[in-house]
Each structure stands twice: as C-alpha cells, then as structure tokens.
Design a protein around this ligand. Sequence first.
Ligand code: SF4
Length: 727
Amino acid sequence: MTERVVHRICPLCEASCNLELRVEGDRVAAIRGYEDDVLSAGFICPKGVALRDLHEDPDRLRAPLVKRDGVHVEVTWEEAFAEVERRLPPIQAAHGRDAVAMVFGNPTAHKIGLLLYASRLGRALATRNVYSASTLDQMPKQLSSGLMFGHWLSVPVPDVVRTDLLVVIGANPVVSNGSMWTVPDFRGKAKAMQARGGRLVVVDPRRTETAQLADRHLFIRPGGDAFFLLGIVHALFAERLVRLGRIAPHVAGLAELEAAVAGFAPELVASRCGIAADDIRGLARELAAAERAAVYGRIGTCTQAYGTLASWLVDVINALTGHLDEPGGAMFPKAPAFAANTAGPPGRGKGIAVGRRRSRVGGAPEVFGELPMGCLAEEIETPGEGQIRALVTVAGNPVLSAPNGPRLAAAFARLDFMVSVDVYLNETTRHADVILPGLSPLEEMHYDVAFPQLAWHNVARVSPAVFAPPAGRPAEWEILLRLLAIATGRGARIDVHALDDELARDDVARVAGPMADAALAAVAGRRGPARLLDLALRAGPYGLTLAQLEAAPAGLDLGPLAPRVPEVLRTPSGKIELAPPQLLEDLARARADLAQPAPDLVIVGRRQLRSNNSWMHNLPTLAKGPFRCTALVHPADATRLGLADGGRARIAGSGRTIDVVVEVSDEMMPGVVSVPHGWGHDQPGTRMAVAAARPGANLNAVLDEAARDPLSGNAVLGGVPITMQAL
Ligand code: SF4
C-alpha cells in the first residue's frame, strides 16, 4: 500500500488551518496540524481531525437523489438533471424570474467552486429572491464596513500579535478561532499577548471560554451592545480623549458623530446594557490611553435589533482612540486575490448601495444583493405576482439555522419545485425534489476566497485535491454550471467545459479589455475555479500565480498587516465615513429604547468547539462525548424556576416550544439562558444517522423570523424573551 503525506487547508471553519494528512492507499490514516504553515503553524482543533469522518461518512451523498412518490431514490446524473430541466424552466416561463429563489448556506463560503459558481448561477437566474446565511449572523458587520470604508468585506481585524489591549465583545474566539476574523490558535496568541503585559477584556452575557482566559470579564445584557458602545463613544468625546492619529486627514463626520451621541452618556445607557457607568468610562479611558489596542465585536453584536449600530460603533471606537489602521490596532488585511478593496483605483470608489429593491411582502430592503432570510417563508406562502414557487438551495440548512424553522419547513413543502446542491439529506434538503451532491472536500482543490481578506496575517495558500474524484462524479462548480444552462434555456446536455470557457472569456474581456487574450493565454490549461483563481492572483496586489502557490504547500508569507488607509478606501468621498446618515438616523430608534426594562428571562446561542452551525453533527469524532445541546441556566434562575441540573425543561418563545436538558452554571448572567443552535435533527425523511441518534433541540424554533435589525435585515437571534418550566 502506498503511503504519502499531503497538506490540506481545513474547510470546516474560518480559521483555515493547514493540516497534514497521512494517506495510506485511498484512506486517510491520520490528520494533524501542519507545523510549517505560514498562517496556522501546526494548530488544529477536533473538527479538523473529523475531516476524515466527513470524507468517509456513509451518509454523505455520492449520487443524486430524486423524490418519487414522496421518497428520495438514487438516480443517474442524467436523470437528475433531466428532472430539473423538466420542472424548473416551466415555472420560470409561467411565473417570471422572481418565482425562483436561491438560498446560500454558510459552507458555500468554504469551497471555491461553490462560492464562485453559485454566484454565477444567481446572476443568471436574475431573481430578486436571493437569501443567505449572511442575514442570519454577519450582515450588520458587512453593512457597517461598507458604509464606513466603501466595501462589504473591508472589515478591520485586530492585529492580535502586536496589541496590548484586546476588547472582545459578543465573541468567543478561544472556541471559534475567529469569525469574520481568521485567527487560528487564538488562545495561544492571546496568551502571548498577556505574557508580554497585554490585557484581554471580554464583554459577554456568558463567562465563555474566552472570558475565562481574560483579565477582565463584564456581563452585558443581551442586545445591549450598541448602548454600551455608545456610552464609550460619548465618554471619549466628553472627556476629550479622542485622538484620530495618522488617519485624521482621511476621516469625515467627526462633528456629526459627536452631536449624534450626545444623549448616550454612560449614566444613561448603564441600565440598558447592564454595565455600570464607571466601568464604561473606565474602559473608554483604558482604550484611549493604550498605545496599541483593538476592539473586536462579533456574533452577539450582530444578531440583535441594533446589529448595524453595534458593528459600526466597534470601528468608530477603534478610530476615535487612534487604533484604526495602526499596528497593534484594528487593521485591514490585504488578500492576494478576489478582494474588491485591492481592485480599481485606490482610495476612492462607488461605495455601497442598499435598498435598490424591497421584498414583495414585508417591504424589507435589499442589502448586498440579498433579502433577509426572515422574509423567505412569507415570500413562498403569500400568493401574487412574484410569489416564490421554486427554490435552489446551495449547502444550506435554514430549517435548522434560521428563526422559525418549522414555518420554513412548511413553506418548503408547498413549493412547486426545489433542487438542492448538498452532500446531505438533511432537515432542509428532505423537501427537495432533486438533490445534487458535490464531492468530498478531499477530492477538490481548495482556496479560501473570503478568509484571506479577514486574516490575522497576510498569506497566500492553496491545497491540491488529496484524492482524484470518483469517475463520473461532477464537481460542484460543474453541477452549478449545468443548472445555469438549464435556467438560461441552454439545456441540461450542454458541454459545461465549453460553457465555462465562454463565461471565463466574458469575465476577462470585461476587466482586461484588449489584454483579455493575453490574460487567458497565461492560464491556458486551467479550468473552472482554478482558472478563475489563477486569473485573480495574477491581477491581485502581489501579482502571484497559482503555480507559485502550488509550489509552496506551507503557503507564501506576504507579511504582517500593514497600514492601508487611504488606499483601502472605496467610499465616494475617499474618506472613512464616521457618521453615515442611515446610522445616525437609526440612533433615534435606540434613544426611544433606552428605558426598555430587562425581560425576566432571555435566550442566547453559544459556539461550541465540536460544532459549527448545523453541519457537523453527523461526524462520529465530534458527536461522541457528553451531550452538548444543553440549556445553560444560572443557579438563581434555576432555583426560582424549579429547574434541576440534568433535568428536562420546556422553553417557550414566539408561540412555539422546545424541550431541553438543563445545565445549571454560574457562567451565565442571571436572567439569560444559552442553547447552542443548529440542532434538532429529529425530522423524518433525513439520512443522518449519527445526528439523529442525539438530535438535540432546535433553538431557532422559538425565535421570531420577523424580528430583525431593520438596516441590515439580520435576524435577531439573541436576547429574545422566553419562558422556561421544568418537565
Ligand atoms: S480551527 Fe477551524 S480550520 Fe482549524 S482545524 Fe478546527 S475547524 Fe479546521
């Protein structure tokens, strides 16, 4: 048996660790961290080891399924695409392009073929009904970044290896290793910061694993982040602590910002956020005094009614304290490919546009080309012109990951047609008429399109496929191109490689003009995502080639994060917009909400090391061990509600209930219950035996799909009032 050692970037979370795989014949014998890697330096978490489970999972689909008489049966690829061609185009012809919706799930961001070609399919469908996981957890940050800096992915990240003070709000990077921040081995980096005298401050309604490592932890009332941050901004102005530093000539809106926060003194916001005014002022002074400091906010700051305000204020504070775009502060990575903030003339751009259309039923504005996931069910259910009658899902499971999954499931069941590009028959794809499974991650080359734009260090890395794809199995990009051909009337039997050539030629002609032929000649022999990657690398800021990356399995080190203002900006003014009008207007909503009393009991989610949303619950390596889908309850709440550790309880919210196992823990803030999301694998008609053995409860079932941050359309997933009683 041949034995070899290969390297593969892990696609299972944003940390993007490079792994070392020992392969014996056609099996993975062992997985460990790759010590030489320029980004992850040998780090690995249990999910990375489970990559082998995913590859070998007998439940992972290896052939297309078509639903016949209510049961999914295996068919040939020709039969599956013929079924799509038989059913999808007539719906488009009879009801128009908006009758077909697209839903992108979170794993789409972790596979280059899915990300680049699902976008192609979306453009070809030309439907207004595009939905994604972005409006479940990250759109507020993308919107605030777009408004301030001019592009949706110009998100500053902490320069953790040089900072002296890191304030983490509503995030748990010890477990996640970063989200909208690619930072493998956060724990090691935080400890190194502390060893050189730096401080870690965590603000969270749970004493998370990150909070346990911190020098200081402040409980915050869920949903109170914007108020807490407004108090800090107010204190910075009131105490004359604002110092913009080097970016001062590139900032607009300072006076407007100062006027807008006038009504948010720490003493006025303290009860709304649950943090004492002295603590708010103290942190403002500490941030202002620190030579190198960064504030980082993530999921808790996004998944709430004031998500965009909170996301904006994080970067406002970084700017006001002189820590934006400074070493040791919050900095902009420079990715080697695909980054819009390295394209076009530097320093100025078109900025972003929102609200170019509205959802048909609820009138929610479009953001980043999408409508809020919370609108999807009503757009399927409500008759009239533009009603959604067909759905294309790509690596998504919104029945578990979106609020009020039961309503979504019922809506999916009434669609005229649904096709899913997915490797599992899960709680969402069980409603699909056709399921088209892609390859195992180990059977495809890998490049992270998005995460180098959010990484703690500038790098360029690619992984070749570990195994050749099985004969006759198309890659996801080929599946998506065939769907594109069907949707555009070119038929299921099209030569997808000729179509790919045609689309690549069109792309290159648009950006390279008369140089198009030369650009294409340089990448001759490449095809699909590899060709698009090679083109993007060559056009990128480092002028790299795919061959250079392929020759460097440990990656190319492109250097530490470096100041990028004003070059990174793409706002029409060429400035950092500290006071975008939409955000200042939204402060009126916050002002009216200042006196809102704390509900008796609210619920929040939590990130877990052996889980990532709903995707990995079928992998034995991760599923074993203690049952993890528990409801954490503070001892005082447990006593007053009569709940026992290990006992069962019923949680009621938004008119629905779930039954959970109680775990009493003083890591919770009193009045706050935490249940991880992505569970609830007890639906009939799925094919995920390991997950179904311990299904857990679906937190999102008791959340309200109509509760959203009105600016970004992001779902409110935290701080939702509930009741709880023992069973
Ligand atoms: S931290 Fe993320 S990228 Fe790294 S091994 Fe774990 S799952 Fe994979």
